[in-house]
Design a protein around this ligand. Structure first.
Ligand code: NAD
Length: 487
């Protein structure tokens, strides 16, 4: 075992970058800290422009051969990566939980199997990817998806491997090569993915992983002229910075950003279902981009809804995310905790009432919080908190519900609880959101488009949309009897 390898809950993790099929150490490191108990897990190679440039060069060198690899062979390697993920589900789950504090049981049973599925899905989609040829005055039109080149993929800490796989899998399937830059607060599973991909036979340089602070390594990646696509999931301020940097080369961007999504509860809804959906918004300690953090409840049922909500939310068990019985784990970092508490205390000072929570717990935990008496234009209603904090507002009718729901700068998702299918259709049509769930939440099929409107993002991922982004889509028009001499 190298001096650069750490053992995380019994799993060996290399702390160096993965560039051109080799482990590369930086001169400096940064500490990776577990949100469970604040302990330092290890010192991680801290990349700079030098490693960023080397990784893009490796991706560029590997591109021609990988792009020329047959679809069947690319699909085979992606399935082999999925096999490798499946074999290591337990290891990936415990490393991710130690690193970002999300629930072990959900990593084990939901997230990691889903990561494997993501690789299989894009492998299979690649094999079916086609557009029917069509004719224009006797000329045939043939649409093809050409690999675009090296891609930079930048991911956040709240669902590290899951979000990486949404990007890495379609990019590799498309025939592109990749530089993956995981978040500095949870870099470990990206390193394990590099191991798994190498074991699966992915050629050197096709997947590269560089670690470090975004502020130190980010610009060198996103402004690089050899990079053909940038896919980013993270916050709005970082996205603006990346867009400026990418503008130098007009590098196409996919941006999956924050949200302030509404959850609308109409009086005709199954109230227990609606309460269940609302309490689900505390999942991952509220660190979910899609979370419906703004509860909008019809006046006539607001009191009863609140009573049932408080009863259910108060029963949530907060604690160690490795414990099977835990419902709500820690928040990622002391800085994030301060940010969450700052939002709540400013809201309370502005007149909000904490029906439950409203304060920190022990260590890095924040009590699940519900705030009422909040104004539509207040900070707590308009800005993403990214913690276990929900607001509750009431509405008198459908028009007001839609006005409140659409009344932020975001448009990532919306959830509607109603027992009336016609109302569901009317309201859904008026909501500004990339995804609307009716009487359900968090159902995500990779065939479906996924992304945000307004400040929640640019572009869509999933199915054909992912291939459209990661490829140069080409139309070839051939003349009637195209091969003969028309002279
Ligand atoms: P962040 O923007 O702080 O960081 C995200 C990534 O960007 C990290 O890897 C970071 O190192 C990197 N980065 C920082 N500065 C950079 C720069 N100048 N150039 C290049 N890269 C840079 O976001 P975060 O706090 O890690 O994640 C939380 C945010 O992510 C929330 O806003 C959440 O809503 C959003 N999110 C969105 C989705 C979605 O699909 N829409 C999913 C998950 C999270």
């Amino acid at each position: 075992m190298s001096a650069h390898t750490i053992t995380v809950a019994g799993v060996a993790v290399d702390t160096r970058h993965w560039i051109g099929g080799e482990r590369v150490a930086s001169a400096q490191t940064f500490p990776d800290v577990s949100p469970i108990d604040g302990s330092t897990i290890g010192e991680i190679s801290r990349g700079t422009a030098m490693e960023a440039t080397a990784a893009v060069a490796a991706a560029k060198a590997a591109f021609p051969a990988w792009a020329a690899t047959s679809r069947a062979e690319r699909a085979r390697v992606l399935h082999a990566i999925a096999d490798g993920v499946e074999k290591r589900i337990e290891e990936l789950a415990i490393v991710e939980t130690t690193d970002n504090g999300a629930l072990l049981r959900s990593h084990r049973r939901g997230v990691m199997p889903r990561v494997a599925h993501n690789f299989r899905f894009f492998a299979d989609w690649l094999l079916k990817l086609e557009h029917e040829d069509f004719e224009t005055r006797g000329h045939s039109n043939h649409v093809s998806w050409d690999p675009a080149g090296p891609c930079v993929l930048i991911t956040p800490w709240n669902a590290p491997l899951m979000l990486a796989s949404w990007k890495v899998a379609p990019a590799l399937a498309a025939g592109d090569t990749v530089v993956l830059k995981p978040a500095e607060w949870s870099p470990l599973t990206a390193s394990l993915l590099a191991d798994i991909a190498a074991e699966a036979g992915l050629p050197a340089g096709v997947l590269n992983v560089v670690q470090g602070y975004g502020s130190e390594i980010g610009d060198a990646l996103t402004s690089h002229p050899d990079v053909r696509r940038i896919s980013f999931t993270g916050s709005v301020p970082t996205a603006k910075r990346i867009a400026e940097s990418a503008a130098a080369n007009l590098t196409p961007l996919s941006l999956e950003l924050g949200g302030k999504s509404p959850l609308l509860v109409f009086a005709d809804a199954d109230l227990d279902l609606a309460v269940g959906l609302a309490v689900e918004q505390y999942d991952n300690a509220g660190q979910v981009c899609l979370a419906g953090t703004r509860l909008l409840v019809e006046e006539s049922v607001a009191e009863e809804f609140t009573r049932r909500f408080v009863e259910k939310a108060s029963a949530l068990k907060q604690g160690d995310p490795r414990d099977e019985a835990t419902d709500v784990g820690p928040n990622i970092h002391p800085r994030q905790l301060e940010k969450i508490d700052g939002f709540v205390q400013r809201a309370v000072a502005a007149g909000a009432r904490a029906v439950i929570g409203g304060h920190r717990g022990d260590g890095q935990y924040y009590a699940p919080t519900l705030l009422t008496d909040v104004a539509q234009d207040s900070e707590i209603v308009q800005e993403e908190v990214f913690g276990p904090v929900l607001t509750l507002q009431t509405f008198a009718d459908e028009d007001e519900a839609v006005r409140l729901a659409n009344g932020t700068r975001f448009g990532l998702a919306a959830t509607v609880a109603t027992g009336d299918p016609e109302r569901a259709e009317r309201v859904t049509a008026r909501l500004v959101a990339g995804t609307v769930w009716v009487n359900c939440f968090f159902v995500r099929d990779l065939r479906a488009p996924f992304g945000g409107s307004r400040l929640s993002g640019v572009g869509r991922e999933g199915g054909t949309w992912s291939f459209d982004f990661y490829c140069d889509v080409k139309n070839t028009v051939t003349a009637p009897n195209g091969w003969t001499n028309h002279g």
